[in-house]
Structures are given as C-alpha cells and as structure tokens.
Ligand binder design. Sequence first.
Ligand code: GTP
Ligand code: MG
Length: 206
Amino acid sequence: FTIINASYAATAVNASQYPEGELAEIAFIGRSNVGKSSLINSLCRHNGLARTSGTPGKTQTINYFKITGKLSDQSRLEFMLVDLPGYGYAKRAQTARATWSKFIEEYWLNSERLKLVCQLIDVRHPPMESDINVYRWLIEHGLNVQVVATKADKITRGRVAQHVQIIKKDIKMPALNPDSQIIAYSAVNGTGRDELLDVIRNILLK
Ligand code: GTP
Ligand code: MG
C-alpha cells in the first residue's frame, strides 16, 4: 500500500465546515508538540503539507488532507488524514473533556466517516494523565484507536521497547485485543511507517 498523492483539502472549526463527500477519515490526536503534523508529512512523504513547529500549539484548527493510495492490485483508495490541535501540557489530572476545545469534541461525536484515531504519545516519557483520560474517552465512545509512540529516533531501540511496555501498562490497554499493538514511529527516519500504513489500509478495507 503506497500513498501516491496528498493535498490540503479543508480547514474546520465547526461541523458546518467539514468537507463534503464520503471519504473515510483517519485522525491524529495527542499532546501539543508530540509530532502529529510531522507524522502526517512523513506518512505522505510530503514535507510542509501539514505545518509543524518546535513550539507547542502550532495546529489550532481541524485540517483535512486528501490522500490517494494505491493497493497492490493497482486499484486506488481515497481517504482523508485529519490533523487536530494538540491537547494541553497540564500535569494535574484532567478529564478528557477538559483537555480539548468544544469543536474537537464536536468532531469526535459528529464524524461518521471517522474510521480510526491515531493517538500519539511521546515514546520518551510515560503517558500523562491527559493521555490516559483521552485514550479511555475514545475507547468508551466506541472509536478505533491506534496508539503510536512518537520520536522513536530520540532513544535507543532497547529503550523504545521498554517504554512501549510502560505506555501499554499505564493506559491499561486491553491485552486481549488483537489490535492493541503500539507502533513506535519516527518521522525522522521512517521507523513504523510501513506498519502504520498497513493498519490504515486494513481499516479502510474493512
Ligand atoms: P501541535 O500542532 O502544536 O499540537 O504539535 P504537533 O503534535 O503537530 O507536533 P509537530 O509535528 O509540529 O512537531 C513538534 C516538534 O517535534 C517539531 O520540532 C518536530 O520537528 C519534532 N518532531 C516531530 N516528530 C519527530 C520525530 O519523529 N523525531 C524527532 N526527532 N523530532 C520530531
Ligand atoms: Mg500540529
């Protein structure tokens, strides 16, 4: 499965601005600065498609990118990747609802075409209370969640494996769920890219 085209499609801060059409959506959520926009660019091999920044809080709106993928039988598959604003840095316990703005909650509750939420967690640190609450909220609301541990290039492979286990334990990932593998990802060297593309393809073809 390869991505052969990716282009900016729309920006929204409320439901009336969601793009028209029937394309399935794959959304990316996580704390500010965790690497959501960078991951989209690396998946698409298109730097600058989604705006990135070293300063948290770069993405403030819901941004849609229209993707054309090609399957091994040469057929085409069109879908949307959806970049979302990050949630806060606050250390104290937060409910999921308090971590994101109303328009993000509206997005979760109104996007019938949402097939998968990729929740990004920085592989270097244990999940924060906000990450845990968001993960639970998404699961409770019946969404498909793929956890992605980002910035895997910043620590050794051994530590990546260790930290992935800590993330699994802390978010209480259901062990019996066959889909509950965390993908370690690096937007810098492409670690995890093929694995995540596979997950996306399988969800879209379901
Ligand atoms: P907001 O839009 O502010 O919520 O942030 P974001 O989650 O979209 O993060 P963004 O992609 O803008 O990246 C934040 C910073 O992390 C940038 O300086 C990126 O270059 C860096 N970064 C993102 N992914 C990786 C990665 O895999 N490896 C390394 N080393 N740096 C990364
Ligand atoms: Mg961003």
